[in-house]
Write a protein that binds this ligand. Structure first.
Ligand code: PMP
Length: 429
C-alpha cells in the first residue's frame, strides 16, 4: 500500500528521495519508522518544530480548539483563537516594530508570505525593483523564487551576501562584510549602475538553505542604514530563523535592527501551516482583497502557534538554543581539527552547518578546499544508518545542516554529535 502510494509520487519530491523513511509515530526529537526503527530528527520539519514532534502543550492547544466546537476554518473573521495568537506574537516582536505594526495573515506557507511582503513594498513605494542576495532562499512561488539564489533579472538586483568561509573575494569576516556593504552602497548610488528603483531589500539574517551563513551583526546594521538612508523598506525573512532558533527570539535582535517588514512562518504555526507578515503600519496602503487567500484562518495552526510561542518565551528556549548551540559548535570545531574533510563549522544557536570539502583540491577562486557534495550525501546516508536525520544545503549541497528542536536535551545533543562523528568517519572510509 505504502509502496504503491510512493510510486505515484512525482520525482519532484525531495526528502522522500534522500530519506527513505516511512514515519508512523513521533515525539520530541524522535521519529519512529514503519519498520520500528527510531531516528533522532535534526531536520524537524525543515526547522519548523521548535518544540519537537507532538509536544504536549501543542497537542493540548489543538485538542482544546477541537473540543470547544469553534470553527476550524474562519477565513479572515476575528476569532478568540486568532486574537490570542496575534497578541502572543506581538508580545515577542521587537518593540519598536510591534508598537506600530500591522499583521497580514497569508496563505499558510513561507513562500506566500514572501510574495505578500514583495507585493506590499511594491505597492507602498510605487517602485518595482527588488534587492536580494546571493545564496538566498525565499520559497518556490514566482516572486519568491526570483528573490532566491540565481542570477539577477530585470526586477531583481543580486547583492553579495557576506560569507566568512568561501568568500568569493577571499576576504571574509567583518572586513569582507564591510566590503560587501560598500559594494551595495556604490551600486545603489551609481547613476549609471542600472539598479531599477528598488521597492525593497529582502534578507535572511542567517541564510538557511544557502548553507547556514550567519550575517555579521555589523553587516545587518549596515543594511539597515543603507536602506533607511534611501527610503528602501527592509524585509527580514525570518521564516527559518524565527522563534528562538538562532539564540534570540527573532534573529534581527542580535544586531538590534528593526526591519520594516518581517516574514514569518514555519515555527509560528507550532508544526501546522501558518504564515504571516508583520509590517510598519504606514506601509499598510493595501485595499481590501489586495492579498487574499482561502486558507488564512486555520484555527488549529493558530492555537498550536500560540502554545509554541508562549512555551518558547516562558521557558527561555532562545537562551537555551544559544547555550546548547555554542557547545555543539565547539564540539564540532574539535571534530574539524581531526577531520580535514570538515572545511568549516558555523551557525547561530541551533541552526548549525558543517561544510564538507575535499582537502586535496583547492578552489582557485577562494583559496579554500573545494566543496564535497558526494561526501555530504554519504554522511547523510551514514547518519540515517545510525538513526540520525540531517539535511543538506548550501550552494554545492555540501553542508550538513542540523535544525534540532529547541527542546533538545544535553544528552540528546551528545547523541546527535556522536552519531554524526561516527557517520563522518564511516563516510570517509
Ligand atoms: N524563506 C526562508 C528563509 C525559508 O527557509 C523557506 C523554507 N525553507 C521559505 C522562505 C519558504 O517557506 P515554505 O517552504 O513554507 O514556502
Amino acid at each position: 500500500m505504502l509502496r504503491r502510494q510512493s510510486l505515484r509520487e512525482s520525482a519532484a519530491r525531495t526528502y522522500a528521495r534522500s530519506l527513505p523513511i516511512v514515519p508512523v509515530r513521533a515525539r520530541g526529537l524522535t521519529i519512529e519508522g514503519a519498520d520500528g526503527r527510531r531516528y533522532l530528527d535534526c531536520l524537524a520539519g525543515a526547522g519548523t518544530l521548535a518544540l519537537g514532534h507532538n509536544h504536549p502543550v501543542v497537542l493540548e492547544a489543538i485538542r482544546k480548539v477541537l473540543d470547544s466546537g469553534a470553527p476550524l476554518h474562519a477565513l479572515d473573521l476575528a476569532t478568540p483563537v486568532k486574537d490570542a495568537f496575534t497578541t502572543e506574537l506581538f508580545t515577542t516582536l521587537p518593540r519598536p516594530l510591534a508598537d506600530h505594526a500591522r499583521i497580514q495573515f497569508c496563505s499558510p506557507a513561507g513562500t506566500d508570505a514572501v510574495e505578500a511582503a514583495l507585493k506590499l513594498v511594491r505597492t507602498a513605494t510605487g517602485r518595482g525593483g527588488l534587492l536580494a542576495f546571493t545564496g538566498a532562499y525565499h520559497g518556490m512561488t514566482a516572486g519568491a523564487l526570483d528573490a532566491s539564489g540565481g542570477a539577477s533579472n530585470a526586477r531583481v538586483t543580486r547583492l553579495p551576501y557576506p560569507l566568512n568561509y568561501r568568500c568569493p573575494y577571499g576576504v571574509g569576516g567583518e572586513r569582507g562584510a564591510e566590503l560587501a556593504a560598500r559594494w551595495t552602497e556604490s551600486l545603489l548610488d551609481d547613476p549609471k549602475g542600472g539598479v531599477p528603483a528598488p521597492a525593497g531589500m529582502i534578507v535572511e539574517p542567517v541564510q538557511g538553505e544557502g548553507g547556514v551563513n550567519p550575517a555579521p551583526d555589523s553587516w545587518m546594521r549596515r543594511m539597515r542604514e543603507i536602506t533607511a538612508a534611501r527610503s528602501i523598506p527592509l524585509i527580514a525573512d525570518e521564516v527559518q530563523t524565527g522563534v528562538g532558533r538562532t539564540g534570540a527570539f527573532w534573529a534581527v535582535e542580535h544586531s538590534g535592527i528593526v526591519p520594516d517588514v518581517m516574514v514569518l512562518s514555519k515555527a509560528i504555526g507550532g508544526s501546522l501551516p501558518l504564515a504571516v507578515i508583520v509590517y510598519r503600519d504606514d506601509l499598510d496602503v493595501w485595499q481590501p482583497g489586495a492579498h487574499a487567500g482561502t486558507f488564512r484562518g486555520n484555527q488549529l495552526a493558530m492555537a498550536a502557534g500560540t502554545a509554541t510561542l508562549t512555551y518558547v518565551r516562558e521557558n527561555r528556549l532562545a537562551e537555551r538554543a544559544a547555550l546548547l548551540g555554542g557547545r555543539m559548535l565547539a564540539r564540532l570545531q574539535g571534530l574539524a581539527a581531526d577531520h580535514p574533510t570538515i572545511g568549516d563549522v558555523r551557525g547561530r544557536g541551533l541552526m548549525i552547518g558543517v561544510e564538507l570539502v575535499d582537502p586535496e583540491r583547492e578552489d582557485p577562486q577562494t583559496g579554500t578546499a573545494t566543496a564535497a557534495p558526494a561526501l555530504a550525501t554519504a554522511v547523510q546516508r551514514e547518519c540515517l544508518r545510525r538513526g540520525l536525520i540531517v539535511e543538506l544545503g548550501g550552494r554545492h549541497s555540501s553542508v550538513v545542516r542540523l535544525l534540532p528542536p529547541l527542546t533538545l536535551t544535553d544528552e540528546q545533543a551528545v547523541a546527535v554529535l556522536d552519531r554524526l562523528a561516527d557517520a563522518l568517519a564511516a563516510a570517509e572510509r
